[in-house]
Design a protein around this ligand. Structure first.
Ligand SMILES: Nc1ncnc2[nH]cnc12
Ligand SMILES: [Zn+2]
Length: 322
């Protein structure tokens, strides 16, 4: 059991954490038929591309500032309920724009949700603005510019998510330069549906502090050594990787091999209900399936706090709570 352990999550997409029961209520509220995407209480997709389509369709029933406040509060309450002390949420102001809510109102709703959840449980949360690869470099630059000029103390990082097989990381360098110059923490999805080359590309082009997933680096042991030497933190999401068949089963998942090779690894849930998982289950998997001890799991949680995109005062306070 890991219920007694403090937890931290660095990699979770806000719309990807939408509980099916809440999405059903939202769809009814707006009179939207999402029976193609949500059936018998479960999201419906069959591969990475259809997962992204399902994700975007589900996101369409979250439309107002209050919808986003409720979604954020609901997920952070769930995390706080399993003794999570810190959460970074991946958010997409571009999505707020696309649905007509506007980026500012979208972010304002999310921040209200953070405020409500923190008032109840004390959970700390920060936001990572993400561009979506499949909307092209210009849209990702727009997301970086939004994050850079937001002047919002809760927005502390920039990410690139979406269809990893579209383009090369080099196409998105400008966006990461804008984010870096604004002092935002940099992380990027790589080494998930693309192989080790995508992790090497990310290191070469972006020099990120962290990588979302990165697990297919295991295909190139020189790259694994490079990650270990650089101290780049991998936001590993085992349940997501198995659900998307990045690896056939947990036995073949490289989390332990990466950790034992000296790579700094952390545990997250990515899009929990889409992948029939939760942060609670990811911590349980670490203990029961990967066989990590409490000390090893706490070390991964400590790594997550050390790599968190937060101010030093907050970091020290979180370390003291661990
Ligand atoms: N696992 C994932 N990979 C890339 N983009 C995503 N958007 C939401 N989840 C994602
Ligand atoms: Zn992700």
């Amino acid at each position: 059991m890991t219920s007694h352990l403090k937890k931290v999550e660095l990699h979770c997409h806000l719309e990807g954490a939408a509980p099916p029961v809440l999405t059903e209520a939202q769809a009814r509220k707006y009179g939207v038929d999402i029976s193609g995407e949500l059936r018998d209480g479960a999201y419906v997709w069959h591969d990475f591309a259809s997962f992204l389509e399902c994700y975007d369709k589900v996101s369409e029933v979250y439309r107002t500032e209050e919808d986003y406040a409720l979604l954020t509060e609901t997920y952070l309450d769930e995390l706080a309920g399993i003794d999570t002390i810190y959460s970074e949420l991946i958010v997409s102001p571009d999505h707020g724009k696309r649905i007509g809510l506007g980026a500012d109102a979208y972010i304002s709703g999310v921040c209200e949700g953070i405020r409500r959840a923190k008032a109840k449980s004390g959970i700390e949360a920060r936001l990572i603005v993400t561009g979506e690869r499949h909307f092209g470099p210009e849209s990702v630059i727009g997301a970086a510019e939004y994050a850079a000029r937001a002047g919002n103390p809760l927005i502390t990082g920039f990410n690139l998510a979406g269809e990893e097989r579209m383009g090369r990381v080099a196409d998105y360098i400008r966006a990461f330069d804008i984010a870096r110059d604004a002092g935002l923490g940099l992380t990027i999805h790589a080494g998930e549906v693309c192989g080790a080359f995508s992790v090497a590309d990310a290191l070469d082009a972006v020099r990120p502090a962290r990588i979302g997933h990165g697990v297919r680096a295991i295909e190139d042991l020189d790259l694994v050594k490079r990650l270990a030497d650089l101290g780049t933190v991998l936001e590993v999401c085992p349940g997501s990787n198995i659900a998307l068949r990045v690896f056939p089963d947990f036995t073949s998942h490289p989390l332990r091999r990466l950790k034992e090779a000296g790579v700094r690894v952390t545990i997250s849930s990515d899009d929990p209900p889409f992948f029939h998982t939760s942060l609670e289950r990811e911590y349980e998997l670490a203990a029961v399936v990967f066989g990590f001890t409490d000390a090893e799991i706490n070390a991964m949680t400590r790594t997550a706090i050390e790599a968190a995109f937060v101010d030093e005062e907050t970091r020290q306070a979180l370390l003291a709570r661990l």
